[in-house]
Design a protein. Structure first.
Length: 100
């Protein structure tokens, strides 16, 4: 990856953050539109997790990743600290991969 690509991606990330923090705040969104904009980061994160889990066509890999995500989701639902959620999900995934 070249430096121009890295700098371009950094500038794009900064522009998105600037747009979200300053420009959307000045638009004065209210009601349903404000609620929709506030839900966008959670939807994007969920889409990225789903893409990471189901991206590979290998059934075994997908099932081990899915088990790790399920354990992490249960741990998060039980309000475990973030470190515990991550370690539990990674441990389950690693154990299942090592078992087969």
């Amino acid at each position: 990856m070249s430096w121009s690509t890295i700098l371009g991606l950094a500038a794009g990330a900064f522009a998105f953050k600037y747009f979200g923090l300053f420009i959307l705040a000045r638009l004065g969104l209210d009601g349903a539109m404000l609620h929709l904009v506030q839900l966008l980061p959670a939807a994007l994160l969920g889409a990225l997790v789903a893409l990471g889990v189901f991206d590979n066509g290998d059934t075994h890999t997908v099932l081990t990743r899915l088990a790790g995500v399920a354990v992490g989701a249960v741990a998060a639902w039980r309000r475990a600290p973030l470190v515990v959620v991550l370690v539990a999900a990674a441990a389950v995934t690693a154990a299942l991969r090592a078992a087969t």
